[in-house]
Design a protein around this ligand. Structure first.
Ligand code: UDX
Length: 453
């Protein structure tokens, strides 16, 4: 195994400890390994992926003292600590690796680093060592123009957004409304810190985006003009190579046999990803909305995702009895398998970019309930541009019942499903010989071969 691994040109991939970022980085590693590169996956001790799932990689673990990611804590403080803690460890490791690689005739000690955008310290390390660095972006491309516009909107006094402005379109960011802007309610001081952090990535050699050219062409065009480095739109990464589970939490696979017993396209799958949380009232409205819809449902309630509780202690009285046989609540699902299952007719999602791409890849229409960051932008595109998602305007049990029935029972939902299936076909085509992601991956491979000498 070790011998075989050593043959490819060396790439070092630096992942971040967020599930929604780790997954595409591992997938990218598997894709590039299949193209003949030798992959070292660098990650923090916090939220370590399961090494045994990836015998094709070497791993380097950055030690840290983080216990968990606290979604309610100051995000920029956490990111700074994460980056500061990692810098010296990675630099020392790479310096050693460069000496090792120099011993090989064909390589000349040249390594290319691909890093998660959140791990911005890598750029400094790469510059210190004279190595090229490439950024992997795991959010949508359409989010970025909105994010880049924030400082200006902020300077004009448009942020945090006033209630009276929420429904208005943002000039130059069509089709986004002020309510779709990321961080639209973030207090001024926090927003300023965030803009400063995002400025840390200045000189990548290239950017890889987990997306498809046809899906986000206009945003990608804008970003190519902005960054002036090659941008490779390669996605959906989840469909490019068979990659074993990338989950930090154990996937409850029993739900698949439960799904096997349900009618085709009858189940609503509910999951808010790895970070989003809800309060007790939102939990109750979700629970009764699901129960009253009379449709079967599969609901992921991540441990700790209901504020102030370990898991489902705050379920409303009578709910568990009411849903017996019709609803299944679990801690973490094998999501890609669930979305591919014949029984799933809709996905109620927070619209994280991985979830969005996974739903598109399986032709599953969505109920969109974004919580933060790029999710509001994704939700707008899903509902208004691609028209395969229903915006859930209010987390109220009656509104939930109506949304579920519109999606799973009404003609409106059937039309959305038809469009979703067409998008699935286009996504498949993207990955075939001649498709845009296929070509873009080959371009990236060529680019990496030049970088690694
Ligand atoms: C975060 C951001 O929220 C997201 O918007 C950004 O684009 C990437 O980082 P997250 O909130 O976790 O990610 O959402 P998402 O991007 O959808 O990623 C969640 C991943 O966890 C998906 O790959 C999904 O398949 C997986 N998942 C989720 C499971 O495997 N099982 C589950 O039960 C729930």
């Amino acid at each position: 195994m070790g011998e075989e691994r050593k043959r490819g040109k060396p790439l070092v991939l630096v992942a971040s400890p967020f599930q929604g970022h780790m997954t595409p980085m591992l997938q990218l590693g598997s894709v590039l390994h299949s193209k003949g590169f030798s992959i070292t996956m660098v990650h923090t001790k916090l939220n370590s992926p399961d090494h045994s799932n990836h015998p094709e990689f070497e791993f380097f673990v950055i030690s840290d003292n983080f216990l968990a990611i606290d979604a309610s804590a100051n995000f920029t403080t956490f990111l700074e600590a994460l980056n500061d803690n990692s810098k010296k460890q990675l630099q020392d490791h790479l310096a050693r690796k460069m000496i090792e690689e120099k011993g090989r005739d064909d390589i000349d000690g040249r390594i290319t680093i691909i890093h998660d955008n959140i791990m911005y310290f890598v750029e400094e390390v790469a510059n210190n060592l004279g190595l090229p660095s490439i950024v992997l972006r795991s959010s949508s491309a359409s989010y970025m123009p909105a994010f880049l516009a924030l400082p200006k909107l902020h300077a004009k006094g448009h942020l945090p957004v006033k209630d009276s402005m929420l429904q208005e379109l943002v000039p130059e960011l069509h089709p986004l409304r002020y309510k779709d802007l990321p961080f639209n309610s973030t207090p001024t001081e926090v927003a300023t810190e965030m803009f400063a952090l995002s400025d840390r990535i200045r000189t990548p050699s290239a950017i890889i985006w987990n997306t498809m050219e046809h899906l986000e062409h206009s945003a990608l065009t804008r970003l190519r003009q902005h960054y002036r480095v090659p941008i490779f739109a390669i996605g959906p990464l989840s469909k490019m190579v068979r990659c074993p589970s990338t989950s930090f939490l154990k996937e409850d696979t029993d739900c698949i046999s439960w799904l096997d017993k349900q009618a085709p396209r009858s189940v609503i799958y509910v999951s808010l990803g790895s970070l989003a949380t809800m309060d007790e009232t939102e939990l109750a409205e979700t629970a009764w909305g699901l129960a009253n819809s009379k449709q079967p449902f599969l609901w992921v309630v991540r441990p700790g995702s209901v504020c102030g509780s370990e898991w489902v202690e705050f379920f409303p009285e009578g709910f568990t009895e009411e849903i017996k046989g019709r609803g299944l609540v679990l801690k973490w699902a094998p999501q890609k398998e669930v979305l591919a299952h014949f029984a799933v007719g809709g996905f109620w999602s927070h619209c994280g970019w991985n979830s969005t791409l996974e739903s598109i890849s399986e032709g599953v229409p969505m109920i969109c309930r974004p919580v933060m960051g790029d999710q509001c932008v994704n939700s707008r595109y899903l509902s208004y541009v691609w028209r395969i998602g229903l915006e859930l305007e209010q987390l109220d049990r009656k509104v939930v019942v109506s949304a579920i029935r519109r999606l799973l029972v009404d003609d409106e939902g059937k039309e959305m499903r038809q469009r979703a299936i067409e998008m699935k076909e286009k996504a498949k085509y993207c990955l075939c010989n001649g498709g845009s992601s296929y070509k873009s991956l080959n371009d990236l491979v060529g680019f990496l071969q030049i970088q690694t000498g």
